[in-house]
Write a protein that binds this ligand. Structure first.
Ligand code: APR
Length: 288
């Protein structure tokens, strides 16, 4: 073999070695990048705080897409920040309604006088009705209520973690994060109410108005007589129900409500509400 042949052979061997090393490096890098991405994704998916944040931010964006006029005045990340600071690091039985004041102040909602609908023990039917109609709005149809409806959250003393399971139940302790949120949000919803408002109550109950629920203990008391003209009870009744607008619990409602706010009551057959839910051609005014 000549000197040139040996030299060419050496240089080809070196080139092959370099190629091999480069190939190994590329494969290693790909594996590392994949492992990091997978690790981050798994960690994110198993961290309940991140899952809750993703849910709330995505609901926020969905809502603002539907009500574009609210987009420029609401910042989903800022709303999340105000929400988590209300209970993060606190004992889950020591979160008071006022802790949500910064959250309330961070949200700009729309208020349409005369369209506000309160409810008690009628959650499913009331939302089946308002979900596809624009004539009446419940708290859960506003941005604030929409963001947190049906969610559970809490933290722990001196912790930076958010949990979505193992949190105190509604009545387990008075000042739990979820209950305090709904009390604060409901008070705010009622305070901003104006014109003629309605409340859908359950005619299958012996006493449809209760002073212990959020409607009876918070919302009724926060209606401002300078802004609210009247409250109309829509008593949804099934054929076999015996409860009527003459029910004694409405006297309790009258006594709880500011005397300057008129109180009316209308019995609404359940079937009529069902028809309005399934047939959107029926105008709102013909539903109640
Ligand atoms: N355990 C768990 N959740 C409860 C409990 C409880 N004991 N009591 C109330 N809640 C929560 C649930 O999320 C339930 O769906 O409050 C919701 C409403 O409870 P109801 O007794 O049906 O109604 P009420 O307490 O009168 O409050 C409804 O408050 O949410 C606002 O604006 C909304 O007008 C509505 C009113």
């Amino acid at each position: 073999m000549s000197y040139e042949d040996v030299s060419r052979d050496n240089s080809q061997r070196k080139k092959r070695k370099r190629c091999l090393l480069l190939g190994v490096a590329v494969v290693l890098l790909t594996v590392i990048v994949f492992a990091v991405v997978l690790g981050l994704t798994l960690n994110r998916a198993t961290n309940s705080g991140e899952v809750l944040k993703d849910t709330v931010i995505s609901r926020c964006k969905t809502y603002l897409k539907e009500y574009a006029n609210l987009t420029s005045v609401n910042d989903c990340e800022r709303i999340w920040g105000a929400f988590e600071q209300a209970y993060l690091g606190k004992d889950p039985c020591e979160v008071h309604p006022e802790a949500y004041d910064p959250l309330i102040n961070s949200v700009t909602d729309h208020v349409f006088c005369g369209t506000m609908l309160f409810w008690s023990k009628t959650k499913t039917v009331v939302h089946e009705f308002t979900d596809n109609r624009e004539c009446l709005f419940t708290l859960e149809d506003t941005l604030l209520g929409f963001l947190f409806d049906e969610l559970t959250w809490c933290s722990k003393n001196n912790s930076q973690e958010i949990f979505t399971t193992g949190c105190p139940g509604w009545s387990e302790c008075v000042n739990n994060p979820v209950r305090s949120f709904w009390i604060r949000a409901s008070a705010n919803f009622a305070v901003t109410a104006c014109g003629n408002v309605s409340a859908m109550l359950n005619g299958s109950l012996e006493l449809p108005f209760s002073t212990t629920g959020v409607f009876g203990s918070i919302e009724v008391k926060n209606l401002d007589p300078n802004k609210v003209d009247g409250l109309t009870v829509l008593l949804v009744t099934k054929e076999t129900d015996t409860t009527t607008c003459a029910n004694p619990s409405f006297q309790t409602l009258r006594n709880t409500l500011d005397p300057n706010i008129a109180l009316n009551c209308r019995q609404v057959p359940y079937g009529k509400v069902e028809n309005c839910i399934s047939n959107l051609d029926i105008p709102c005014n013909d539903c109640f």
